[in-house]
Design a protein around this ligand. Structure first.
Ligand SMILES: *Cc1c(COP(=O)(O)O)cnc(C)c1O
Length: 240
């Protein structure tokens, strides 16, 4: 294939994948008695080039998710003029807060108090207000280090975020435990979300569901699904 052919083929494959993912979201929402537009698709573009973010934008995607600061920052610099909301969904280190605050609109993975303070300082310095989701550990500390605050610590962390002038508490994020049915974990997340919203009525985001479990996540009330593989493919077929 020529370079142009490869680029056209990549666009068409993303278009087809996107249509399939949107259909799955619509079906799951319908089954749950919810409108399809009550679920925001966050395209997880980690490991794929900035050119793919351009293609997704061209296809109508408005939210992208990245999990590594260095990679995200570089791609943001190439895509900054596109009408995109940037979600940081990876484990965040305190010394990366300043970098993330420059390009992220939403940080979905806040799970401990020192990060709150670091992100507030960083957001203040660049004069931005960042959306924040608290990442919840649905295995309450027994999991294999997928990150997240245990349920018992959630409300204290939420109060801390809500107190920061440059952070806006949006809701919760979680990754379902590996190797077991996700429904009980998503039910627990929905229960925690209910408790959070009672105290913070604006914090309604539930970011849950990935390529393999978006249906059960939407059934349990997910407002945001984070989809990588089903959209982007499985091998890093880099077409730039
Ligand atoms: C990679 C990643 C996703 C996307 O996972 P897929 O199974 O590829 O859809 C979602 N959330 C987080 C936190 C991720 O790191």
């Amino acid at each position: 294939m020529t370079g142009q052919d490869a680029q056209d083929a990549r666009l068409e494959s993303l278009r087809a994948n996107l249509a399939r993912v949107r259909e799955r979201i619509a079906q799951a929402a319908l089954a749950a008695g919810r409108p399809a537009d009550s679920v925001t698709l966050v395209a997880v573009t980690k490991n794929w080039p900035a050119a793919d973010i351009g293609r997704l934008s061209q296809l109508g995607v408005r939210d992208v998710g990245e999990n590594r600061d260095q990679e995200a920052a570089a791609k943001y610099d190439q895509c900054r003029d596109l009408p995109l909301t940037w979600h940081f969904i990876g484990q965040l280190q305190r010394n990366k807060a300043a970098s993330v605050a420059r390009y992220a609109d939403v940080v979905q993975s806040i799970d401990r108090s020192p990060l709150v303070a670091a992100l507030q300082r960083a957001a203040l310095r660049v004069g931005r207000v960042l959306g924040v989701c608290l990442q919840v550990d649905l295995e309450d500390g027994t999991g294999a280090g997928r990150g997240g605050v245990p349920g018992a610590g959630l409300m204290d962390l939420a109060v801390q975020v809500a107190d920061q002038p440059n952070l806006r508490l949006l809701g919760l994020m979680a990754v379902a435990p590996l190797g077991v049915a996700p429904q009980p974990a998503f039910a627990r997340l929905a229960e925690l979300s209910g408790q959070l919203v009672e105290r913070f009525p604006g914090a309604t985001v539930i970011s849950a569901g990935m390529s393999s479990d978006l249906g059960p996540a939407i059934a349990a009330g997910a407002t945001h699904v984070r989809i990588g593989t089903a959209l982007m493919g499985t091998r890093a077929a880099q077409v730039t």
